[in-house]
Design a binder for this molecule. Structure first.
Ligand code: GDP
Length: 695
């Protein structure tokens, strides 16, 4: 009778094949089968497959480690062909942990194996690509002071260091998103055609931005299309004899910079509206600074010229004082006098916009798949997500699959600003799109991709990244402390600052003193100054421009506080002008690099250890000193030595999850990815603080 075969342990099969377990695991993974350790079991079919592979070429030739091959055949100089995994293979490796084919280059000295992977990669997948057990990799990562769990994603730097220890050179393959973007960004210059300019109106409140937008919309669109009704989709187009213009419907620099903070500059030209009866005001200057920081050209509309007792020359003089000298004053700024109420000068303004656009040589390729930016997103009355997008390049069609920020979908319909279903949206055309699986944010980029599978995969990776960023401490933007390090990395060459003070006098004093700082190569660029507290618009400008905000006798508005947290912008408030100047000077000289300090928060001693089937090992602790919080970093100390550093995975009192355990209380603590807890171990909670260097 035939004996029924069951699963076979890797170590047993290795013995049968007269190999070490490690060698066998290496070979098995080459067959595309994932194995964690020599204790793993293989199904009967897999065993057959492995044995068959060995019988084909013979175990010796197949299993000999590369090292030995190189030694036995020293003359073989030509490296074995590097088999690059296909995109498909790498995708599988990322999602299913199935190890694709190994790529091995035997080099003479020392033999080094190259593994190409897509980042980020989980510990499990990386281990499998290196044909080692994940626990071995986790241990190795601990040596590098990285405490990762098996399913945790690790970044390129860490993976490379870990790989080196096992004789692997880890190389990064472009992510699927990078590959997609590279395809999209390819430009065939011969196919470029002129496209319509995209305009945003900016200026001080009540100077007539909305009135001007409305006048243009009503007069031009009804002119163009008898009885034509428009709907507010966030943008509209007007057609003139000499060309088209697209207007973004949300005036003001806040919307403009909020989009820019998300990485999108949809606007080609800013129309700065200045009321003839009011002249240049603080928000006029703010708008100019925002437009300049974005390097977008400005056309000035001096509005309300129908009003009595106005002095247009006075306004032009004020404008020339802030660097916007009108052409008839010998400057370069196109300036048109208009009345949004009466319509006077509006035609000329539109002509001038087209003239400015011509000089900018705005072009795009209407034949390629579309890409652009979201202008606004909302839920329709029926509950489905609707987004208005502005096509920046290519042409959009119903049926196209788009990725919009973290959402995607197949476009069911394209609806233009005149409530028509359209079959195509060429460059610079705003359209509403239906068919997304969520509501994207204004400023999110969109692109068309080949198929829904790819769109799903890219958006899933984006969502994962967003989740990680949320967990990570904010501080994503530049700070005075980080400035020099960023310079040394070659990332930036100038320190951009925004200055806010309580009164005009201190603003001038601060600006003048900062301008006098003598820094040989590094430049200080003051991108915006104003009197008043730091507001949301300052924070958005700083976020969009990678600038630091410096306040002197200035506070922060509540809105600004929220935006600072959200955007991770560095805001430094000073009471003494000398301190502000000396900090900026120090930052420029690289004297302000931060020190990191662990601040002790609490200590607990392990009195009992519980093994719980679902939760793993839990330490029954008594808090001796301070407080232990669920979100704290912690380290575990055994016999005076640190044996773990990482995060708490749970904090409980009896069966309840708690946020913190105070001194004198008992609690249950689980450690993230660490099971080896013993009675008598000490768990210390701490917080890493960035400490600016004192000068
Ligand atoms: P916004 O805050 O810049 O959008 O300004 P609005 O468009 O809301 O205009 C503010 C006020 O100025 C409204 O009462 C308008 O009717 C008025 N206004 C705007 N443009 C003109 C104009 O050209 N002439 C006159 N006389 N009033 C205007």
């Amino acid at each position: 009778m035939k004996k029924k075969k069951g699963p076979v342990k890797v170590s047993d099969l290795a013995k049968q094949l007269k190999l070490s377990s490690k060698e066998l695991i290496g070979r098995i993974s080459e067959l595309g089968i994932g194995v964690n350790s020599d204790r793993s079991t293989l199904a009967e079919a897999t065993v057959k497959k492995v044995k068959k592979a060995f019988s084909k070429k013979g175990p010796r030739a197949k299993v000999k480690p590369q090292k030995k091959v190189a030694k036995v055949k020293p003359k073989r100089k030509k490296p074995a062909k590097l088999i690059e995994p296909t995109v498909e293979e790498n995708e599988i490796a990322l999602t299913k942990a199935a190890p694709p084919k190994e790529e091995v280059i035997p080099k003479e000295k020392p033999p080094q194996k190259i593994v190409k992977v897509k980042f980020p990669i989980t510990v499990k997948d990386l281990a499998s690509r290196m044909s080692i057990g994940p626990s071995l990799l986790i241990k190795n990562l601990m040596d590098l002071r990285v405490f990762a769990t098996i399913n945790q994603l690790i970044d390129e730097g860490i993976a490379k260091q870990a790989g080196e220890k096992f004789g692997y050179r880890i190389e990064s393959l472009p992510t699927i998103e990078q590959e997609t973007m590279a395809v999209y960004e390819k430009q065939d210059l011969s196919k470029l055609k002129p496209r319509a300019p995209v305009i945003t109106l900016m200026g001080h409140v009540d100077h007539g931005k909305t009135s001007l937008l409305d006048y243009i919309r009503k007069s031009k669109i009804i002119d163009f299309e008898k009885g034509g009704i428009t709907q507010h989709i966030g943008a509209y187009r007007v057609c003139l004899d000499k060309g088209e213009i697209t207007f973004l419907d949300t005036p003001g620099h806040e919307a403009f910079t909020a989009m820019r903070a998300r990485g999108a500059t949809a606007t080609d030209i800013v129309i700065l509206v200045v009321a003839a009866d009011d002249g240049v005001k603080p928000q006029t200057i703010e708008a100019i600074d925002h437009a300049r920081a974005a390097k977008v050209p400005i056309v000035v509309a001096v509005n309300k010229i129908d009003k009595p007792n106005i002095d247009i020359d006075k306004v032009k003089k004020q404008l020339s004082e802030i660097g916007l000298t009108a052409e008839d004053w010998g400057g370069k700024t196109i300036t048109v006098n208009v009345s949004a109420k009466m319509g006077e000068g509006v035609e000329k303004l539109l002509e001038m916009i087209l003239l400015e656009a011509e000089m900018l040589e705005l072009k795009a390729d209407p034949t390629k798949p579309a890409g652009g930016v979201v202008i606004e997103g909302k839920l329709s009355k029926g509950g489905g997500p609707v987004a208005t997008v502005l096509v920046k390049n290519g042409s959009l069609h119903p049926g196209d699959v788009v990725i919009c920020g973290k959402y995607y979908g197949k476009i069911r319909a394209l609806i233009d600003d005149r409530i028509h279903k359209v079959k195509e949206a060429p460059p610079s055309m705003p359209v509403e799109i239906l068919g997304l699986n969520g509501v994207p944010d204004a400023g999110d980029p969109f692109i068309v991709v080949d198929n829904e599978r790819k769109a799903k995969e890219i958006t899933e990776l984006r969502l994962q990244k967003i989740k990680e960023e949320k967990l990570a401490p904010v501080a994503r933007k530049i700070s005075l402390e980080d400035f020099y390090a960023e310079v040394q990395k070659g990332k930036i060459k100038e320190l951009k600052v925004i200055l806010k003070t309580d009164v005009q006098g201190s603003l001038e004093a601060l600006r003048d003193s900062l301008m006098k700082i003598d820094t040989k190569e590094l430049k200080l660029n003051i991108i915006h100054t104003a009197v008043g507290d730091v507001n949301e618009s300052d924070v958005l400008l700083a976020a969009a421009s990678n600038a630091v905000i410096i306040g002197l006798h200035a506070g922060k508005t509540a809105e600004a506080e929220k935006a600072i947290k959200r955007e991770g912008v560095d805001v430094k408030l000073y009471a003494i002008i000398y301190e502000a100047i000396s900090d900026v000077k120090a930052a420029l000289e690289g004297m302000l690099e931060p020190k990191l300090k662990d601040v002790f928060l609490g200590r607990a001693v392990v009195r009992q250890v519980f093994k719980i089937s679902k939760a793993g090992t839990v330490a029954g602790c008594y808090v001796q000193k301070g407080t232990i919080r669920r979100t704290n970093d912690c380290r575990m100390i055994r016999n005076g030595k640190e044996v773990y550093k990482g995060k708490l995975s749970s904090l409980k009192r009896f069966k309840d999850d708690i946020k913190e355990a105070a001194e004198g209380y008992e609690c249950g603590i689980g450690l993230d990815g660490f099971e080896d807890i013993q009675r008598g171990d000490i768990i210390e909670a701490f917080e890493v603080q960035k400490i600016a260097r004192k000068l």
